[in-house]
Design a protein around this ligand. Structure first.
Ligand code: CDP
Ligand code: MG
Length: 136
């Protein structure tokens, strides 16, 4: 069953730095995910730590937070049919080496940490993550 949903997407510093924002957004557009809101921001390490707190016990947490706050990012609300899973499908696997052909991470990801995009993994997290960046 298909449902109109919203999800949060982030274009991470490695992709902003390489000016890939337009190309990534054109992949969303071609696949019927509409960019409803978008802003380019540069978050602090504390804000990154709050955003990624589900990963606080992971060995990569500190580096992940340093990385997400290392340069500008673009945060977006995407809307479309099954937007949460559709965005995850378009992103590809976390490690670009394992990502399917033509996914964003396969096309543009550099490594498991510099993997170009973030996407919410459930409707519940999508709502929380949209709130995190777009409330008020
Ligand atoms: O982003 P995704 O939901 O695919 O993966 P995750 O398991 O929720 O991990 C969040 C982020 O942490 C990933 O996108 C990677 O940037 C990073 N990560 C890492 O640096 N090293 C790992 N072994 C796993 C994840
Ligand atoms: Mg995740």
């Amino acid at each position: 069953m298909s449902k109109l949903q919203q999800t949060l997407s982030i274009i991470k510093p490695d992709a902003i730095e390489r000016n890939l924002s337009g190309e990534i957004k054109s992949i969303f557009d071609k696949n019927n995910l509409k960019v409803k809101e978008s802003k380019k921001i540069h978050i602090t390490k504390d804000e990154a730590a709050e955003f990624y707190k589900v990963h606080q016990s992971k060995p990569f947490y500190n580096d992940l937070c340093t990385y997400l706050s290392s340069g500008p990012i673009e945060v977006m609300i995407l809307e479309g049919e099954n937007a949460v899973s559709e965005n995850r499908r378009l992103m590809g696997a976390t490690d670009p080496k394992n990502a399917e052909e033509n996914t964003i991470r396969k096309l543009y990801g550099i490594s498991i940490d510099k993997n170009s995009v973030h996407g919410s993994d459930s409707m519940e997290n999508a709502a929380k993550e949209i709130d995190f960046f777009f409330k008020n």
